[in-house]
Design a protein around this ligand. Structure first.
Ligand code: PLP
Length: 384
């Protein structure tokens, strides 16, 4: 007798059953509408190392995605890149390069208050001192532009400024085009270095071009800069670690030198970036039909979030909830800083079983047509 005699057979996973059925099908006209399938069917793929700076077609497409097809920096051969271990790796690689080659020794990197927690950890980890610039204004529940500009003016010449091009994490507050102009003026006047970190291109407005506005505007004005790009969110490739560091330099020669130094850094940290995620991204970015399908998907996702913002706002207005709630609709991307205080968040959790971070940040992705009224009524109760 077996000790496992009574183990029942579990039902097959439907998704895997579907691909198994596809595999077993012998009809030559069979079609599998999965993105990865193109890669699986490509007999030329192997498990060899990628070059140290990554998959060429992925790098070129990533630079074009963020700078735009008509970018002057690309046309002039001043835009380079390195495929990195997703957005985190791209920020790290850029930071490590700056720690070794930034001409102003001891320069400080300024990060927004608040920001993604890893920013401080990464820069401090490579020995670059970190300070904060004001960003979130709790009173207006919007951008503290004045504080931000004042810090840029007061910072020593040639400091490093790390900024989110769109869908700021965690506040959901982005500068307007006019505010970006003022920011660019302030940075230019003091010779500060711009380091963009974009993890949500396409996720904010639903348009890849619109979400790249700030980066393209800076490039047009001739800024030298680094841009860390992540495909975790907009491609759902979280575990594949697909990311890119785009470099915009003054001349093609300088770009080449920077790339050579980054290759040296990369060699010592990871040797070569992983292939699978980069191949998926490259396949989609370099195919007109797949690209437009991806754009449609992004727009569907972004618009669903925008609709949820409207629904919550309308319900709070209908309930006459005390306070102003315009920020719920004016904020953008996956996150919203509600303005709820830590004690209010505690009541949300204990009385309503609604879980959000203590700083009042919610993930908009967790709201749907079935629960947004419940959420609004809970907010209404805790702020009264
Ligand atoms: N930068 C920001 C602002 C983020 O919010 C994130 C992810 O949450 C990342 C970078 C990097 O993520 P990943 O390393 O998965 O690409």
């Amino acid at each position: 007798a077996s000790i496992f005699e009574n183990v029942p057979t579990a039902p097959e996973d439907v998704i895997f059953a579907l691909s198994a059925a596809y595999k077993a099908d012998t009809v030559p006209e069979k079609v599998n509408l999965g993105a990865d399938q193109i890669l699986v069917n490509d007999q030329s793929l192997d498990h060899e190392y990628l070059p140290i700076l990554g998959l060429d077609s992925f790098r070129k497409a990533s630079v074009k995605l963020i700078l735009g097809a008509d970018s002057k920096a690309i046309a002039e051969g001043r835009a380079g890149s390195a495929q990195c271990i997703s957005g985190t790796g791209a920020v790290y690689t850029g930071a490590r390069f700056l720690s070794l080659h930034y001409p102003i020794k001891g320069a400080t990197c300024y990060i927004s208050k608040p920001t993604w927690a890893n920013h401080r950890a990464i820069f401090e980890g490579v020995g670059i001192p970190v300070k904060e610039y004001p960003y979130w204004d709790p009173v207006s529940r919007g951008l503290d532009l004045k504080g931000m500009l004042a810090t840029m003016e007061e910072a020593p010449n040639g400091s490093i400024f790390l900024m989110h091009p769109c869908a700021h994490n965690p506040t959901g507050v982005d500068p307007t085009p006019d505010q970006w102009k003022q920011i660019a003026d302030a940075l230019e006047a003091k010779g500060h270095f711009t380091f963009f970190d974009t993890a949500y291109q396409g996720f904010a407005s639903g348009s890849l071009d619109k979400d790249a506005y700030s980066v393209r505007y800076f490039a047009e004005r001739g800024f030298e800069m680094f841009i860390a790009q992540s495909y975790s969110k907009n491609f759902g490739l979280y575990s594949e670690r697909a990311g890119n560091l785009t470099i915009v330099a003054r001349t093609p020669e300088i770009k080449k030198s920077i790339e050579s130094q980054i290759a040296k850094i990369q060699r010592a940290v990871i040797s070569n970036p992983p292939a699978y995620g980069a191949r998926v991204v490259s396949t989609v970015l370099n195919d007109e039909k797949l690209y437009s399908e991806w754009e449609d998907n992004l727009s569907t996702m972004a618009n669903r979030i925008i609709d949820m913002r409207k629904a919550v706002f309308e319900e709070l207005t209908r309930l006459g909830t005390p306070g102003t709630w315009d920020h719920i609709v004016s904020q953008i991307g996956m996150f919203s800083f509600t303005g709820l205080t830590t004690p209010q968040v505690k009541v949300m959790k204990e009385k309503y079983h609604i879980y959000l971070t203590d700083n009042g940040r919610i993930s908009m992705a967790g709201l749907n047509t079935g629960n947004c009224k419940y959420f609004a009524s809970a907010v209404d109760d805790v702020v009264r």
